[in-house]
Design a protein around this ligand. Structure first.
Ligand SMILES: Nc1ncnc2c1ncn2[C@@H]1O[C@H](COP(=O)(O)OP(=O)(O)OP(=O)(O)O)[C@@H](O)[C@H]1O
Length: 694
């Protein structure tokens, strides 16, 4: 045995010191170039390979929470081991106070551990099992300190320790780690700030719901690697929270639409209250109650082992707007709070612009009505026949009252024109008359058209819609073709007429309205009631003030003035000088029975004006309505020929206002000389009373 005074021993000691010095010098040199975790890994690996070629090591860092540690760098050396266990150990956060780590951190000098002994002492720590599995018998643990701060620790499998060398290495590693982590933190914050800046920029440009969806998804993904589960909005009742946006990968659109009641929340529910009471985002545990609200959460629990969901309130000032649910584990509450504040502003902007679009559409609709109305000049109701004069009298009697008017008459007799005239002459004329064509709508839509619907009232009702009744508040609602209304809707209409209030489809509150009703039909409503197709109670409600419009064939004297009116209107329309009618053409108009009434005359004249090559229309090409219709009448009536002849002559005399001979007279229409007609009248016992009273 060599003594320390032995010169050989002294030499060896000097050599040993020299080699330690040069090792540390090399290490220091290498460390000066270290900038990143990867650089550090290279230098540390190289050093430990020299120091301890077969051993493994791990460097653990103290986590941001200050109470746990997790792996930062590691090398398993040449050992064989259970990789699944290694992965678990590397991913796990171990409490500092686990009985081993705290001993190392608190020791001023490196500590040696016998792995087996530690296990025998009853420590149930997975990294001890891993070391045993790797065949490591002794581990040395050294605290990594940067000044006063605990940065982490080093664990190295080695049997003999050279304290000065290890301490030298570790103090440098600790400084480098401190710097790298501070750098990483700076970079992370910079990236975060950049993302927030981009988010702020993007969110100010958000105009639509889909923009909003896109911006929220990308910020959440970028910052927290999380996704929005559901964004709820508080409904108008201030109690229900309805899903507004949701992750499309996670949910399917139909699923949310069909199970809305599942997903909708109530402001009085415990967890919702908790979210609104807090200014900070709240971590909600996924319990049965939440799973019942959102079935997909149970899948998260099973598949991702995620037991909680972040929830944050959306507010605008003091006003509650809704809340967001997010799936994720590591969410920085202050950051999320800032994001939610911006989301709130954006949501309220989107809602406002949706509202503007809705109002714009409504305004456009109203404008259409207005244009329609402006196109109708009421002076231009043509016709001075006795029948029309009676109509004018009735209009002036009823217009100023609020009474319901029922306009009856064949198609094309001018019911809509008269409805507008009544509205125009009433005190409601500052607002537009609203028209609903009850025949033009499928039965399934007519209710929502009339009464409006709430969002989600039925599949496809994505937005709330104001019905025609509400639009017509303080104005007139014109129910055209009311005889075509389905029975189910008739009941609802009756209720509205009785109570003067409506309920939107899917709505819970009633809305009081002041609407004047004008209904029109070309059906014989009384017959419809008898046949069970129209409710008698509704009929009586509508039939308060009936006005019957005469068919054109019963007001022959108006034909010429109407024809003249349309000739000048359509000639002007296409820039022609007013086209005139020949005597023959006028005769044809008088002879025709006009099943389509004024509309048919209007269309005929329009066609003729377009086709006219000269200043005059000489002939019309009319369907053979006269003869055919008369034949049909005779066939249907089954009366003796004389009786049919008598009735027919009376009808023609009525249409001509008793005029027998001359232009537009009955003889001309019947195609017989005036004298013949006179004698027939006498023979058949026709008196003036027959054709002047009806
Ligand atoms: N007296 C009239 N003077 C001028 N034009 C008229 C007159 N009566 C009807 N018209 C015109 O005839 C056309 C048909 O009229 P309107 O639409 O009011 O009839 P309607 O009875 O409501 O028909 P429908 O029952 O088929 O709905 C319109 O273009 C209207 O301007």
């Amino acid at each position: 045995m060599k003594h320390s005074s032995d010169p050989d021993f002294k030499n060896q000691e000097i050599l040993q010191k020299e080699s330690e010095k040069s090792f540390l010098l090399d290490f220091s040199n290498d460390m000066t170039a270290v900038r990143s975790r990867e650089d550090l890994a290279l230098v540390v690996n190289r050093a430990f390979r020299k120091l301890n070629p077969d051993g493994g090591y791990v460097i653990r860092k103290v986590n941001a929470d200050g109470t746990t540690m997790s792996a930062y760098l590691h090398d398993t050396g040449a050992s064989t081991f259970d990789t699944a266990l290694l992965e678990r150990v590397l991913a796990e956060e171990y409490p500092i106070d686990d009985g081993i780590q705290n001993r190392i951190i608190n020791s001023p000098i490196p500590l040696l551990f016998n792995v087996r002994q530690e296990l025998q002492r009853g420590y149930q720590i997975s990294y001890l099992n891993l070391w045993e599995n790797m065949g490591f018998k002794t581990m040395v643990g050294i605290a990594l300190r940067n000044g006063d701060a605990n940065v982490g620790l080093l664990l190295l499998s080695i049997d003999e320790i050279n304290i000065p060398i290890l301490q030298g290495i570790c103090s440098q590693i600790a400084i480098a780690m401190g710097n790298i982590m501070a750098n990483e933190e700076i970079l992370r914050r910079q990236a975060e700030q950049q993302l927030m800046l981009a988010f702020s920029n993007d969110i100010t440009g958000v105009k639509t719901k889909s923009d909003l969806d896109h911006v929220i998804s990308s910020v959440l993904q970028g910052l927290f690697q999380t996704r929005i589960a559901v964004l709820y909005l508080l409904a108008e009742d201030q109690v229900t929270l309805l899903p507004y946006l949701f992750d499309r990968q996670f949910f399917q659109e139909n699923e949310v639409a069909q199970h809305e009641e599942f997903y909708s929340l109530n402001i009085h529910e415990e967890h919702v209250k908790l979210v609104f009471e807090n200014n900070q985002p709240v971590l909600l545990e996924i319990d049965e109650n939440l799973e019942a609200k959102c079935l997909k959460l149970s899948i998260q629990r099973e598949q991702r082992g995620l037991n909680s969901v972040y929830a944050s309130a959306l507010r605008l000032g003091d006003q509650k707007l809704g809340m967001v649910w997010m799936l994720g584990e590591q969410i920085s509450a202050p950051l999320l709070q800032g994001i939610c504040a911006q989301i709130s502003t954006a949501v309220s902007n989107v809602l406002a612009s949706e509202q503007i679009l809705r109002l714009k559409k409504q305004l456009e609709d109203e404008n259409d009505y207005l244009k329609q109305q402006l196109n109708t000049n009421f002076e231009e109701i043509v016709g001075n026949s006795q029948a029309m004069q009676q109509v004018y009298r009735l209009i002036s009697l009823v217009a100023e009252s609020n009474a319901t008017v029922l306009l009856l008459g064949e198609t094309g007799t001018g019911k809509e024109l008269i409805a507008r005239a009544i509205h125009h002459a009433s005190a409601r004329n500052a607002k537009l008359m609203i028209k609903v064509n009850c025949a033009a709508m499928p039965a399934s839509l007519i209710e929502s058209e009339l009464f409006g619907h709430e969002r989600g009232a039925f599949t496809g009702a994505v937005e709330r819609r104001i019905g025609k009744f509400e639009l017509a508040n303080d104005s007139t609602l014109f129910l055209d073709e009311v005889g075509e209304m389905p029975m189910e809707t008739q009941v609802k209409l009756l209720r509205v007429l009785q109570e003067r209030e409506i309920e939107r489809v899917g709505g819970k509150t009633t809305i009081k309205l002041n609407v004047r009703i004008i209904a029109a039909t070309n059906r014989d409503l009384e017959a419809e009631v008898k046949a069970g197709r129209f409710r008698s109670d509704l009929y009586y409600r509508l039939n308060v003030f009936p006005i019957k419009l005469p068919p054109l064939r019963d007001r022959q004297e108006d034909i010429e003035s109407l024809a003249g009116f349309f000739l000048s209107k359509f000639s002007k329309g296409i820039g022609k000088k007013t086209v005139k009618l020949s005597a023959n053409a006028l005769r044809q108009l008088h002879a025709y029975l006009w099943p389509g009434n004024v509309r048919e005359l209007e269309h005929l004249i329009e066609r003729s004006v377009i086709l006219a090559t000269g200043p005059m229309v000489r002939e019309f090409f009319l369907p053979q309505a006269t003869a055919t219709n008369i034949d049909a009448q005779i066939m249907q009536s089954g009366l003796p020929l004389e009786e049919v002849e008598r009735t027919h002559i009376i009808q023609v005399l009525r249409r001509c206002n008793g005029k027998i001979s001359g232009v537009g007279g009955a003889a001309e229409i019947l195609g017989i000389p005036g004298n013949t007609l006179h004698s027939k009248i006498r023979k058949l016992g026709i008196s003036k009373a027959d054709y002047f009273s009806h």
